[in-house]
Design a binder for this molecule. Structure first.
Ligand code: NAP
Length: 365
């Protein structure tokens, strides 16, 4: 057991936890004491681990995927919810080993290798030696993948699942356009749409052309080309816009058939709640969404959605199956040690890494 882990209490996890014989109450984590740039992230050895609930699993972290949400939360996105909870532990993705389980956990045992993701609003993240996730937020780690490769997958893939499978309910034979196909959500979206039997096109940068083709995209158009929209010969049933800029929204909606569905991952709910508070902001966001839905319903005859990632056991099961079969891959661009999380955030902020940034814990990969 590494030295930095503090075993402060002698009590067991209690009747609810089948685990080792000492209770782990604190551990090392990367902590966000205040909002700001990467330099605000601190390594602390005394991050408090909450007690394990009956359906919870304690995971010894081996690798953690770094998501755009982590960077945005670091800068204050979601402050209406998270500011009162500072200092926070960031991180949604994890791959590691089960070290304790709650009394109601049925599918995992101590020693299992698992991967999974927390919900966007989870209050204690995974940038830590130990993470707590609900049983339904975890799946067996595909044996063919390293922990670093596995940790790159769940949050982005569950976001794509939420948009394409839960919201749009894509069907065999439909035509799907993914804007931002070269990113983690985009690559997962291509794989999920291909697995559902759809025809898949995407926009991406030059550096991502090979990746999106390998993921299965039939068409890939460089988004930096001035006439990129004209390069698509057909119209689509579903557009997943991972970029969500006004110009990608306008193009994506123009590229839909009547009756099609446009989904942007840049919904405004959090922006409104940060500005007006949880209640008034939530109401303002709902009104803004309805207004957009009515506007585009009338002008283009399409449906308009702001899907938000949600953990989903059925989705994670399929993601696990596709990843195990080699049909869903999110290439890792660069790994950093957990304690270099600030450096990893710098690298992501500067867009210097092509591929997923992953934090590794103690060289355990
Ligand atoms: N709503 C939600 O619940 C939710 C959940 C997860 C993520 N998101 C959001 O979804 C976005 C994507 O996440 P991610 O994890 O996939 O990020 P990522 O891995 O960093 O990928 C971003 C990609 O965007 C591409 N890109 C940038 N501008 C573009 C444009 N104008 N047209 C097409 N592609 C463009 C870049 O592609 P190239 O490398 O090819 O240039 C880059 O690879 C982020 O903004 C994130 O915050 C939302």
């Amino acid at each position: 057991m590494p030295n930095h882990v503090a075993f402060l209490a002698l009590r067991r996890w209690g009747a609810s936890v089948a685990s080792g014989d000492r209770a782990l109450t604190t551990c090392r984590a990367i902590v966000l004491p205040c909002f700001g740039g990467p330099q605000v992230l601190q390594v602390r050895d005394d991050s408090v681990l909450p007690e394990l609930g009956g359906s919870d699993v304690l995971v010894r972290t081996h690798a953690v995927g770094v998501n755009p949400l982590d960077m945005r939360m670091r800068e204050g996105y979601g402050r209406s919810l998270f500011e009162p909870l500072l200092p926070l532990v960031l991180g949604r993705d994890v791959s590691g080993e089960v070290t304790a389980v709650g009394s109601n956990v049925r599918h995992f045992r101590v020693g299992d290798q698992v991967f999974g993701a927390l919900h966007p609003t989870a209050t204690r993240g995974t940038y830590s030696d130990y993470a707590i996730l609900g049983e339904e937020q975890l799946a067996p780690k595909p044996e063919s993948l390293s922990h670093a490769e596995a940790a790159a997958i769940p949050f982005a893939s569950l976001t794509a699942w939420r948009a394409l499978r839960s919201t749009a309910k894509i069907k065999k034979g439909q035509k799907v356009l993914i804007m931002g196909g070269g990113g983690a959500v985009g690559l997962a979206g291509i794989s999920l749409a291909k697995a559902a039997g759809c025809y898949v096109a995407c926009t991406c940068g030059k550096r991502s052309m090979e990746k999106v083709k390998e993921a299965g995209a039939e068409e890939a158009v460089d988004y930096t080309a001035p006439d990129f929209k004209d390069q698509f010969r057909e119209r689509f049933d579903v557009v997943l816009d991972t970029i969500g800029l006004p110009e990608t929204e306008a193009s994506g909606i123009d590229l839909l058939k009547r009756g099609g569905q446009y989904m942007t991952l840049q919904g405004q709910t959090v922006t409104y709640t940060d500005k007006y508070g949880l209640l008034a902001g939530g109401a303002a966001a709902a009104a803004a969404l309805v207004q957009k839905q009515m506007q585009y319903g009338q002008s283009h005859g399409i449906e308009y959605w702001w899907p938000i990632m949600r953990t989903d056991a059925e989705g994670l099961e399929e993601i696990c199956r596709l990843a195990s079969d080699g049909r869903l891959k999110i290439p890792v661009g660069k790994t950093f040690p957990l304690e270099s999380a600030a450096e990893a955030h710098h690298a992501r902020d500067s867009k210097s890494v092509n591929g997923k940034v992953v934090l590794e814990v103690d060289g355990t990969i």
